[in-house]
Design a protein around this ligand. Sequence first.
Ligand code: ADE
Length: 227
Amino acid sequence: MRIDIITCLPRLLDSPFSHSILKRASEKGLVEVIVHDLRDFTTSKQRQTDDYQFGGGAGMVMMIEPIHNAITKLKSEREYDAIIYMTPDGKTLNQGMANSLSMLKNLIILCGHYKGVDERARERYITHEISIGDYVLSGGELAAAVLADSLIRLLPGVLSDETSALTDSFQDNMLSPPVYTRPAEFMGLKVPEVLLSGHDKNIEAWRMEKALERTKERRPDLYEKLD
Ligand code: ADE
C-alpha cells in the first residue's frame, strides 16, 4: 500500500510513522507513507495556501490551486484508488471502513486546516470524506495519522501475530473481552481461574461471554445489531 498525505504542516506527521508497528511496516516494505508539504505546490511568492472566505466570516479557507497542483502531480505518476479528505463533516470512521480501505493500493489523504478547504476542491477531487469522530481537531493531520494507522495494521504481515487484528474490538461488531498477564495474583487481585486452566474450549466460551457482556453494557447500539 502507498499512502500520500498532503498537508500544510508536514512536521506534525514526523512522529506517528517513525515508531513501533508503523515504522516496522514501512521497513518491511509493506507500506510507503509519503508526506507532501502543500506549500511546495503553491505558485505565490509567499507560498500561501489559504485565503479569506468569500461572503465574509471568521477563519481562513484552504485554496483550490495548490490542492489541484498536488493532486494532479500525484495522479500523473500513478493511479489512485481513493482520494480522502479528513473533515469533521465526513462519514465517521469505523472498523468496516478501515477493513475496506485497507484493501486498496494507492491512497491520497488531504488534511484540512482552518475553516476547511474550498468546496470546489472537495467536489472535484475527493472520493471519500472521513471524520474520526464528532469533535473538531485543529487540523486533519492527527486524523490522517489515525486513519493510516487503522489501515496499516490490517495489512497482511504487519502484525507479527497474524490473528491479532482479527480479534480486535469491532471486528465482529463486538468489544474485546478483558485480558490479563503475569502475575496470576497481584496484591490479592486474581486472574479469572478459567484463563489459567489450559482448557481452550472453556477459555473461548468465557471470552465470548465477557465480550457480549461488555458490548451490552458499554455499547448497547452494537449489541442490538448482533445476531
Ligand atoms: N479535522 C478536524 N476535525 C476532524 C475530525 N474530527 N475528523 C477528521 N478530520 C478532522
